[in-house]
Design a protein. Structure first.
Ligand code: FDA
Ligand code: NAP
Length: 449
């Protein structure tokens, strides 16, 4: 390709979930401040349309953060992309306030995200999976270096190349299964739950099991107990019982924007203390309301002498075998040391997620990215990977930075401020390349935390 003919974006976003949607908003709001020199951006998403954990949009599931931690408010409280602006547009603001809750359903929040996304459809390509990022060749003399991004079209199957000065990788969490266990039409991970559940005849499910003691496991257990009134439902719980997600005010401060600085600039001991004391704000924990609901259900069944909701506590799943249509689950209990098995018609692994991992996409580019003593990617405070001086382009991460920036890295809590900080960094670095360019700050404007 003739290098002079190709368009080079200021930034290409890989994945278009809430994180990069929030970045698109931050960039647009920069453009409103400095209209003369907008940041050019394009986003690529492999799903056919916008979707935020669609397979877990269970009817009763609520958000785990305040609606005020939306795509923009903490960065810009007067943004037109706030959850409140959405409610106003949907003519539900007054009734929402009458509900007196900070925690809307995930279904309503999904509608909000879709509403916000609809303003960016000209910048997003769906059915477009990014398969590789490389250093571009053929840059003209005096031109800044750029990256080449390879995008596979999910419908036609063809590939195209786009170019950018920066990439923002935001490909999301990676579903985790126990070692050696394979998924199939009756063995599912929670991330595919509603899709797989919709493909079976509910009458064929006489006995089902859900593995795990986190929010996904509790929500799916409750859903199956409601949806399959004829079935026995087993919850395989590795702890003695579900533990509550601590969202009391002091603990919740670990999700504040300022906690990112405390974590990032802290010592190894600081970081270790965050995890030791506050892991239970997010991982392997369940909202109070659902814990009480599940306990009440089991109790009521005992009162009726008709128990079909069973909790196998201090128990982990070791292996899974298929016997015809039936699934034999190998259990390891810390109470009864004898190995046990459980036969079910469907098995759901709500066994959590691994962190976003950019290595596969980076390929050969990874050798320019520096790592810490534990072999993890180093990241600047502005979420840019630390690279060797040869690489001047920016590789920003939205996710996968828990080891450098703390608990909020994979969550929505800090998404507005984080996206503003990334947008600021892109704007600032471009201005440094073009000396006289005006810079307007987004990351700290209107920041409340
Ligand atoms: P997200 O995973 O949402 O989006 C990544 C996108 O990248 C996906 O759309 C994917 O298709 C796309 N993609 C992946 N690889 C690609 C490639 N190579 N090319 C192109 N596209 C690619 N947190 C919180 O703070 N409050 C909450 O209430 C919840 N609730 C919640 C519910 C459930 C069921 C889960 C599993 C998780 C949460 N979370 C949460 C945490 C969750 O990580 C967070 O809500 C967001 O999904 C993070 O947004 P991202 O855009 O970073 O990732
Ligand atoms: P999680 O919190 O990581 O929980 C995974 C669970 O699986 C843990 O209890 C883990 O136990 C258990 N487990 C792993 N391997 C096991 C095995 N072999 N046998 C038995 N148990 C096993 O994952 P999650 O519940 O999916 O939550 C992930 C994120 O999504 C969290 O941020 C959560 O808040 C969010 N989420 C939000 C909503 C919502 O907004 N309504 C809904 C669902 C999820 P150990 O810890 O002992 O390994």
């Amino acid at each position: 390709m003739d290098p002079s003919a190709r368009e080079t974006y200021d930034v290409v976003g890989i994945g278009f979930g809430p994180s990069n949607l929030s970045l698109a908003i931050a960039l647009e709001e920069h453009e409103a401040n400095v209209p003369a020199r907008p940041i050019s951006a394009a986003f690529f998403e492999r799903q056919p349309s916008f979707g935020w954990h669609r397979n877990m949009l269970l009817p009763a599931a609520t958000m785990q953060i305040s609606f005020l931690k939306d795509l923009a408010t903490f960065r810009n409280p007067v943004s037109r992309y706030s959850f409140i602006a959405y409610l106003h547009a949907a003519d539900r603001l007054v009734q929402f306030v009458n509900n007196q809750t900070f925690f809307p359903t995930r279904q309503e929040f999904h509608q909000y995200l879709e509403w916000a996304e609809s303003s960016f459809s000209d910048r997003v390509s769906y059915n477009s999976e990014v398969t590789a990022i490389r250093r571009a060749t053929g840059t003209g003399p005096g031109e800044p270096e750029c990256l080449q991004i390879e995008v596979r079209d999910g419908i036609g199957g063809g590939c195209r190349l786009v170019h950018a000065r920066n990439v923002a990788i935001s490909t999301g969490l990676v579903p985790r299964m126990p070692a050696g266990v394979e998924r199939d039409d009756r063995v599912w991970h929670s991330s595919e739950f509603l899709e797989k559940y919709g493909q079976v005849d509910p009458n064929a499910l006489k006995s089902v099991a859900v593995v795990g003691a986190g929010q996904s496991a509790a929500e799916i257990t409750r859903f199956l107990h409601d949806a399959l009134p004829h079935a026995r439902v087993f919850a395989v719980v590795p702890s003695y019982g579900y533990s509550v997600a601590d969202d009391t005010p002091f603990a919740n401060r670990v999700f504040d924007p300022s906690a990112v600085d405390d974590y990032y600039f802290g010592t190894e001991q600081t970081r270790e203390a965050f995890w030791r004391y506050h892991r239970n704000t997010n991982y392997s924990v369940v909202d109070d309301e659902i814990i009480r609901d599940l306990h009440q259900r089991a109790y009521d069944e005992d009162v009726r002498n008709d128990r079909r909701l069973h909790f196998l506590n201090l128990t982990r799943v070791d292996d899974v075998q298929r016997i015809g249509t039936e699934i034999r689950v190998g259990l390891r209990s810390l109470i009864d040391v004898e190995a046990q098995t459980l036969d079910v018609d469907a098995l759901v692994f709500a066994t959590g997620y691994g962190a976003m991992q950019p290595t596969g996409l980076l390929g050969d580019l990874d050798r320019y990215c520096l790592r810490d003593a534990a072999g993890r990617h180093r990241a600047e405070r502005d979420y840019r990977l630390v690279t060797t001086p040869e690489l001047s382009c920016g590789i920003y991460l939205q996710g996968g930075t828990e080891h450098t920036h703390g608990l909020t890295s994979s969550l929505l809590s800090n998404v507005a401020v984080r996206s503003g900080e990334i947008a600021d960094s892109i704007v600032r670095r471009r201005a440094e390349e073009h000396e006289h360019e005006p810079v307007a700050s987004l990351g700290t404007a209107g920041r409340t935390g």
